[in-house]
Ligand binder design. Structure first.
Ligand code: ATP
Ligand code: MG
Length: 169
């Protein structure tokens, strides 16, 4: 499954799916690329209130990655996330694996499509996987069973409304 597009709601939709799956006793892990801050409500909720149901692991820095010129540490974090994803997709320890912002990690050049393609090829067929983030590569869209694109019709950021706790993070 893929959730892409420029509108707001990709990561929050992924956590909605995680909650739904957990409600049925499925074991869920969310592996977040390019994120490295505990100050996200979804991270806090999982850690404080959903432990044992939804695991969240972050593989990134708290700061923004420079698209044209990523740091080596950004590439390294993304590859640690990739290695962890490879492990959980192969071993079946989780029923649902969410790879949050992995599409952006590819778009920024931290990971290549062929690395992600290999990751998906190596998965245990019983494991569901959801990849989120803008700019999903065409080959991923082709391969996926389900693709949703969130359209940006309007966002309050354009009106100068700053990121709000509980809504943006
Ligand atoms: P969310 O995490 O709220 O579900 P998202 O995962 O769809 O959003 P990303 O592209 O990952 O969005 O960007 C994350 C942050 O950018 C969020 O704080 C979100 O509110 C903000 N954002 C998303 N879409 C837009 C947009 N079209 N214009 C401005 N800011 C946006
Ligand atoms: Mg997101």
């Amino acid at each position: 499954m893929v959730i892409t597009g420029n509108g707001k709601g990709k990561t929050t939709a992924a956590f909605g799916l995680a909650l739904r799956a957990a409600g049925h006793g499925l074991r869920v892990i969310v592996i977040q690329f390019m994120k490295g801050s505990p100050n996200y409500g979804e991270y806090l909720a999982a850690r404080e209130h959903l432990s044992g149901l939804v695991s969240v692991e972050q593989y990134g820095r708290a700061e923004f990655v420079d698209k044209g010129n990523p740091l080596q540490v950004d590439v390294d974090h993304a590859h640690r996330g990739l290695a962890r994803a490879r492990e959980v997709l192969a071993d079946g320890a989780f029923d649902l694996v969410v790879l949050d912002e992995i599409n952006v990690a590819m778009d920024f050049g931290l990971l290549s499509w062929s690395e992600v393609e290999g990751l998906l090829a190596g998965r245990n067929a019983a494991v569901d996987v959801l990849l989120t983030g803008r700019y999903a590569p065409g080959a991923l869209v082709q391969m996926a069973d389900q693709v949703s694109e969130i359209l940006d019709i309007k966002h309050h950021f354009a009106d100068g409304i700053p990121a709000r706790e509980g809504i943006e993070y």
